[in-house]
Design a binder for this molecule. Sequence first.
Ligand SMILES: [Zn+2]
Length: 354
Amino acid sequence: MKRMYKELLEIPGAPSYESHVKKYLKDVLEPFAEEIVEDRLGSIFAGINTRSKGPRVVIAGHMDEVGAMVTGITKEGLVKMKALGGMKGDVFLSQHMVIYTDDLEEIPGVTASKPPHLTRGKKEEKPLTFDELRLDIGAESKEHAEELGVKLGQQIIPKNNFTVTADGKKFISKAWDDRFGCAMAVDILEEFKDEDIPCALYGGGTVQEEAGLRGAKTATYTLDPDIFIAVDCSPCQDSFGGDEISGKLNEGFLVRFHDPNQIMHRGMKRHIEELAAKHNIKYQHYHSKGGTDAARAQLSRRGVLVATIGMPARYIHSTTSMIHQNDYEAVRAMLKELVKTLDSDTVAEIKKNV
Ligand SMILES: [Zn+2]
């Protein structure tokens, strides 16, 4: 795995705070891109082979990660937070989190939780929602917090270290969802930058996916693709039992055949499954309760052929998450084969299979 994956994970970027992620992507894309495409909401894509008469193909991650914003300071100096993205309060008790200034200066803190000594013998309290949590930055009053640099609207992101598991095969970090997709999009573009491919290929990241698939709408309109492939992490249930359609690490990429906002296009599903079988790329079917940018992209203009190449990930939308090296390789192999096959005839054939 290239260094870029880890470097992208470490940048803080809650929904609408993606500018530092975007800067990183621009820096790595500009040296070889034929074209950089940005929209007014902030999504960024680079194109290669853009003069091709073949189909326009987009590979998209999303630059944002789940996080929060500062919405107030209590008179005792505790910081009030608003979740940006779906997060449960009980997962975030006693967690290291950092408030970032616009220049990425850090104001570290810990989310307040009651030790058992304070709750013993008392009626069990209702679990807190995320927005009811308070971040303790060590300030002694509202004024003190302000002196330390806290301002309304700053982003708050969990703090943890990138960790490789003892078997060397799994990687634990915040923000796999979805810096993985951004890094993979760049990775695939780099792979093909000097190659002869049958399509005009764009890769990059959208903004504000976690806030309701917002960036995908304007990015897809701007790029006007024939095919839009979202590369995104989906939560695995395998460490809690689960079944054959709820995601397992080390079982290959996910064919997300159904989610609440997108029924996978039959032609795309067939093409992807046939290609994966032909090249011995491991995949698993996945039924999702959430959406990806593909759901929004499919509704752009006259409609877009979309698919999500899903990356199995445990514990997303918490302070951290885990992925498997072999699944990363499966996603990468699948995208490479897809790009090589997406010529005008194949796309016409895919379209017919609705
Ligand atoms: Zn995601």
